[in-house]
Ligand binder design. Structure first.
Ligand code: ZN
Length: 997
């Protein structure tokens, strides 16, 4: 037979586009349109419905950036349409290629009942099939004129990302506002032809099935009368029933489709817009669930559910009803889909506490799975936290975005730093916005790395990022590939149902140990420094607020601010969302975040101050030092208050050859005439810290213009060039410290070097006015090390200092919490920080052996999405700790993040709980969230070894019980009236609930 394949494929494409799709709506009449523009921010629904609109015509411009416009559309169903299916087609001026990234709407009935969301791929509203014509239709649309930030020329700087700079020129034109007859038979024909056409292109050309589909499609096109598509669509469909009813082969890949809309809690839109995006998508999805009995939709991020409940009660009523049906499913168990690299131990734990608790309280649903499709890498502390929260499974697909290495598994056990293993699935469809195309389904089947031992994968299906969710077209396509020869078999399922099948079929999956490092978006550890500092400060203030408020409650009977702390925690957790803390949102989001963090600090400082004053006794009785850190310092016990002991004196003198020398008997530091640290001598160890011939505390400025994703990415070539900032405007002694001022480009910096016990503190203040530059602070250390440690949640991870393999080379920028640590046997160095996360560690070979350079990432200056990223004044504190063990690194990391507080008073405060082994670190002391008055203590082994310790409550105890993170008992309560012995595995995390006697 002659090969006419190309001819038929081209025929299908043209006839579908130019004849069949246009016949979907064979008749239409225009509706009348009027609009009221809200003067500023969004208004309540009742106010929008009650406003008096002005007429507006199709083609007219509307929509200042970030504005809200309430459209009223009215029309009459023509008499001749009696009995036919009628829909309103409402096109606000959409660009079909930008779902979720431009204008959107939520349709209401006149009584305020939400109908569904409007977005580029979802412009229809079903009016019904009126038995008689003449019916009046009136709909209201709350339309948001959100600007397109990431368009076809991506990553160009734009002022549209903040209402304050976006201007007021209208962005959209009303495109179509019609009542129209919907021809369902034509629509079904479109679905048939799309599914078969897409499947056909995925099948091997030398296989019979491909040709069967081609012939059937050709017959169907023969059956279509191009002058009467509506009259012949049924005949065309009849030609396709044979090929559509051939069942899937027994070895077909099985896909669990989960309806989804990955909605970024803030990104290229502000938080307040996400509140509305979630309401639009949830309305769409409750409507779709009513129409489609097989469909299942999952929505993650308890915060987004809470927004619907608080702001859109009419949508919440529909959602709760749909949840009760079991097909609108709370997914995951976190407050938001947070970043997981940067959140500290307790904050990571509280993401689960507040996320899971919301779903349990509202619906009685306690999820097993963690849902993080889009987060930028996964810290090795996470598996233990997931397990401690009572969950056991994880889903993400983001690692498929890695630029260098291909991850070897799609279903596997992920082992964390303590050894906890979590059943993990990466959907091989490689997207969280699957739209059920044949190409996506075939890619999932081909790409699945566990073929032969496993058959199931999951496909999150629906428009995401900016919302929208699943469409009726995706549901129609899924129905056709439920059991279809040549295609993977697709079934709508809940995440829990998928995981149950995946686990059952794969009893011994492979194991991946350690962090799931994303080889992309590494600059998210540095961009928007003030957002990162706000997070770090807030986490430590929350620790202090809980500790001192609990102590004041137990010791002094002071009221414990349950509701206030709950609210502040949720605010801090929200800002750990994977585009806020990583610094990848528009200017508006980060401007608001800076203000929010200021308010959080004010509130928490007031909580701490109130509690400490309740404990401190007579204010005329001198000064007490409160130590909120988990280790004793300066004679003050951890979690207690006492009179301060005097510190070690530092002597200063001029250095031969220029510069200054700081000496406190423990360390002797030489700063040269250029203001660079040439020596940090550890007196007791008789050992130099700085690598031979090099200088520490050196600021290095690199060009930083990644190939794409400006705020997200730093590409490795940034290192090829750079400038050492060695010119000093001033090097002077001030109050026992050395102060250095430098200027460079349009910026200036002041560094202050101070000795503090065994620490050399480095305070850096930068007035930053660069663009597309990367500022590093370098410490070349005379340490020979193959690996280094960096702090993560409830422990630390090791990374190589070399680049032997592509996996190691790809980690050229990585995350630390409060410290990085390098060591030779018997002697190490810690570099601790009060607010930076990004760093790199490299090896340098010289005549004197191999040395290790640790560099801290201070600031970047990308211009997208915030064109003014990081401009202005920033302050950082770092400290070099020569001779440090890992234990010292842990302790000093806490010290720089938890400055002691001096409070007038005379009553020394004993700690609420003490632990007799410094390896065991208490991460939280608080009262139980159930307001029972029980004391909750969480602690972990911090050095990677075994610990046997005694936990001693400083108050009368009735009983003690181990709990999960949600403070639910996991064992039998034990009666205790004194010390509690504890034995911990390396990095083991334990929570106990202590009932007071
Ligand atoms: Zn996202």
């Amino acid at each position: 037979m002659h090969d006419d394949r190309d001819l038929v494929e081209a025929r299908l494409k043209r006839v579908l586009n130019e004849r069949i799709r246009p016949a979907l709506y064979p008749e239409s009449v225009p509706m009348e349109v009027a609009v009221w523009h809200a003067p500023d921010e969004p208004v309540p629904v009742a106010e929008g419905l009650a406003a008096t609109p002005e007429p507006i015509a199709v083609g007219d411009a509307w929509g200042a950036p970030w504005g809200t416009s309430w459209f009223t559309v009215t029309g009459t169903v023509p008499e001749r349409w009696a009995g036919r299916t009628v829909e309103a087609l409402l096109d606000l001026g959409f660009d079909e290629d930008m779902p979720g990234f431009q204008c959107e709407g939520l349709v209401y009935l006149p009584d305020g009942t939400p109908v569904k969301g409007l977005n580029p791929r979802n412009q229809w509203v079903r009016v019904g099939a009126p038995a008689e014509g003449g019916e009046r239709v009136r709909l209201h649309v709350e339309a948001a004129s959100n600007p397109v930030i990431l368009d076809r020329h991506p990553f160009q700087p734009t002022r549209l990302g903040d209402k304050e700079t976006a201007g007021s020129d209208p962005l959209y034109r009303v495109a179509r506002m019609d009542l129209a007859v919907f021809d369902e038979t034509v629509w079904q024909l479109v679905m048939d032809l799309e599914v078969l056409g897409e499947l056909m292109h995925q099948l091997p050309v030398d296989g019979a099935r491909r040709w069967e589909l081609l012939r059937a499609v050709n017959r169907a096109l023969d059956a279509v009368d191009l002058q009467d598509v509506n009259g012949t669509a049924a005949a065309a469909r009849a030609e396709l029933t044979g090929v559509l009813s051939a069942p899937a082969v027994p070895s077909a890949h099985r896909i669990s489709a989960v309806g989804h809309a990955h909605i970024d809690s803030a990104w290229l839109w502000p938080l307040r817009e996400t509140v509305r995006k979630v309401a639009r998508t949830a309305s769409n999805m409750t409507a779709l669930l009513e129409d489609e009995p097989d469909f299942v939709f999952a929505m993650s991020q308890a915060q987004q559910w809470a927004w619907i409940k608080e702001h859109r009660p009419e949508v919440w009523a529909k959602v709760t009803k749909a949840v009760a049906s079991g097909r609108f499913v709370p997914a995951g168990g976190m407050w938001v889909e947070s970043d997981t690299n940067m959140p500290g131990s307790e904050a990571m734990a509280r993401q689960f506490v507040h996320g899971k608790r919301f779903f349990i309280d509202e619906f009685g649903i306690d999820n097993d799975e963690v849902w993080l499709p889009d987060t930028f890498g996964f810290a090795a502390g996470l598996p233990q936290i997931i397990k401690a929260a009572g969950s056991k499974r994880l889903l993400t697909q983001k690692i498929s975005w890695s630029q260098t290495n291909t991850f070897p598994h799609h279903t596997f056990l992920w082992e964390g730093l303590d050894g906890t293993r979590i059943f993990t699935h990466f959907p091989p469809v490689d997207t969280y916005n699957c739209s059920m195309t044949g190409g996506e389904l075939a890619h999932a089947a081909r790409n699945f790395k566990d073929k032969g031992v496993a058959r199931h994968s999951l496909a999150p299906t629906g428009w995401g990022d900016g919302g929208g969710g699943t469409t009726r077209e995706m549901v129609a396509k899924a129905a056709r590939v439920r059991d279809l020869e040549g295609s993977p078999a697709v079934t709508w399922e809940t995440p829990a149902d998928f995981f149950a099948k995946a686990e059952a079929e794969y009893p011994n999956p492979p194991v991946w140990a350690g962090e799931l490092y994303l080889e992309l978006h590494r600059a998210t550890l540095t961009s928007q420094a003030k957002t990162k500092q706000g997070n770090r400060r807030s986490e430590h203030l929350l620790r202090e607020a809980e500790l001192w408020a609990a102590t004041a409650a137990v010791r002094a009977g002071a009221p414990y601010p349950y509701a206030q702390l709950d609210r502040i925690w949720k605010t801090v957790l929200l800002h750990q969302f994977h585009d806020i803390l990583p610094g990848s949102s528009i200017a508006w989001v980060h401007r608001e975040a800076r203000r929010t963090y200021e308010l959080v600090a004010e509130e928490l400082n007031a909580v701490i101050d109130t509690a400490q004053r309740a404990l401190a006794g007579d204010a005329s009785g001198g000064t007490l030092v409160f130590n909120g850190a988990p280790h004793a310092r300066g004679g003050v016990p951890a979690g207690g208050a006492a009179r301060p002991e005097p510190g070690v004196e530092t002597t200063v003198r001029d250095r031969d050859g220029g510069g200054h020398v700081l000496d406190n008997g423990l360390l002797k530091v030489e700063v040269d005439a250029r203001g660079l640290i040439v020596s940090v001598y550890d007196v007791a160890a008789d050992r130099e810290t700085v690598a031979p011939g090099q200088v520490a505390g050196l600021l290095q400025l690199h060009p930083d213009f990644p190939n794409k994703w400006d705020a997200w990415d730093v590409d490795e070539f940034y290192r090829n060039t750079g400038t050492d900032l060695t010119g000093a405007d001033e090097v002077s002694l001030v109050d026992g410290s050395v102060r250095v001022r430098r200027s460079f480009g349009s910026s200036s910096v002041t560094q202050v070097f101070t000795l503090s016990g065994r620490r050399l503190d480095i305070d850096t203040e930068v007035d930053w006015h660069e663009t597309e530059k990367f500022l590093k602070l370098a410490f070349p250390l005379d340490v020979h090390a193959d690996r280094y440690a960096s702090e993560s949640q409830y422990g630390h991870v090791f990374r190589a200092t070399h680049t032997n393999t592509s996996w190691e080379a790809a980690k050229f920028e990585a995350c630390n919490h409060r410290f990085v640590h390098v060591e030779e046997p018997g002697w190490g160095v810690a570099l601790v920080n009060d607010s930076t996360y990004g760093h790199d560690v490299t090896r340098t070979a010289g005549d004197a052996g191999t040395t290790t350079t640790v560099r801290v990432s201070l600031l970047r200056a990308p211009r997208f999405p915030d064109p003014e990223t990081d401009q202005g004044v920033h302050r950082f504190r770092h400290a070099l700790v020569p001779g440090a063990t890992i234990g010292d690194a842990v302790r000093e990391g806490y010290v720089v993040n938890l400055p002691e507080r001096r409070v007038p008073g005379d009553a020394e405060v004993a700690p609420l709980v003490t632990v007799d082994d410094d390896a065991v670190v208490v991460t939280a002391v608080k009262l139980a969230d159930d307001e029972s008055g029980d004391v909750i203590v969480r602690f972990h082994e911090s050095r990677g070894g075994r610990a046997r310790a005694t936990l001693t409550p400083g108050f009368p105890v009735a009983e003690v019980v181990a709990t999960d993170l949600l403070e639910r008992p996991t064992g039998e309560p034990r009666r205790h009236d004194g010390p509690v012995p504890v034995t911990l595995r390396p990095f083991e995390l334990v929570t106990v609930r202590i009932k007071r006697a």
